[in-house]
Design a protein around this ligand. Structure first.
Ligand SMILES: [Zn+2]
Length: 276
């Protein structure tokens, strides 16, 4: 029996009324970089990223896997900090996008951040001078408190996606086989790092990570890249590197999406990278 058009119209209106709010929930309609309504990642923010990378040159694409990224050294870095390469400075649209991705439900931004981490991983492989051979890529662990709050581990998701963009290439042109290794785990409770000064951060993290016993055999004798989203004082990556070395890693370097810039270093960007 045909449905009377009036009834069909009401059903459509009801469905639209139900679906539109749902669509709003599922599809973010604000730009994660600037908050403007419209697209999840607007053209202005995409353009801002292109020019932001360390060693950037106008007109080059941020996804270029042989570029960019630079070695960064935070001021008064911990002695155990491994060499760390970052894609670019933690500024512009990233200052909103990274916290949005990690803590405010904008996991869709993973697609924007992943190629940046891919570039940093590539820079780390080239910069470390490692020859061909397998490399473990190890995300720093979240605290158990953060993991409970978020319900997942966004850095593991980001790292997995970054490894899927393209494999890193060694300085002598060989493709490097990478393996995600969620080998690190919290060894004890720590305070939230936000709001702590440099010394407090270091003390808060000292001895706070361990290599999960199940991963000991995998880590021993291997080259590892520890990964974090943002390099600030270096305390987190230093602790991660300590735990990996203690478990017998052959060599450890670091890679991050971004590094907190000191205002005076902007002009120092270049092939050799800034000291931050
Ligand atoms: Zn935007």
């Amino acid at each position: 029996m045909p449905v009377p058009s009036e009834v069909a119209g009401r059903v459509r209106a009801l469905a639209a009324g139900l679906l539109l709010p749902l669509a709003d929930l599922v599809l973010p309609v604000e730009c994660a970089g600037c908050g403007r309504p419209g697209r999840p990642w607007c053209r202005r923010c995409a353009g801002a990223l292109t020019g932001l990378a360390f060693g950037s040159a106008p007109g080059r694409d941020v996804v270029d896997r042989t570029w960019p990224g630079a070695r960064v050294v935070p001021p008064r870095a911990p002695a155990s900090l491994p060499p760390v390469w970052a894609w670019g400075p933690y500024e512009g649209p990233l200052r909103r996008a990274v916290p949005g991705w990690k803590d405010h439900g904008r996991r869709d931004v993973e697609a924007v951040l992943a190629p940046l981490l891919t570039a940093a991983l590539g820079a780390a492989v080239r910069g470390s001078g490692w020859p061909a051979g397998p490399v473990l890529v190890v995300p720093v662990p979240s605290s158990r408190r953060a993991e409970r709050r978020r319900g997942d581990t966004p850095l593991v998701g980001l790292t997995t996606r970054a490894l899927g963009v393209s494999p890193p290439i060694s300085a002598d042109g060989a493709l490097i086989a990478t393996r995600l290794a969620t080998a690190l785990a919290p060894a004890r409770r720590t305070k939230d790092q936000a709001g702590l000064d440099r010394t407090e951060r270091r003390r808060n993290l000292e001895g706070s990570m361990m290599v999960n016993p199940l991963w000991h055999r995998v880590v021993r004798g291997r080259r590892c890249i520890v990964v974090d989203d943002v390099l600030t004082t270096g305390a987190t990556l230093a602790e991660a590197a300590r735990a990996l070395r203690e478990a017998g890693a052959a060599d450890v370097v670091g890679a991050t999406v971004a590094a907190t810039p000191a205002p005076a270093t902007r002009a120092e960007r270049g092939p050799r990278g800034p000291r931050l």
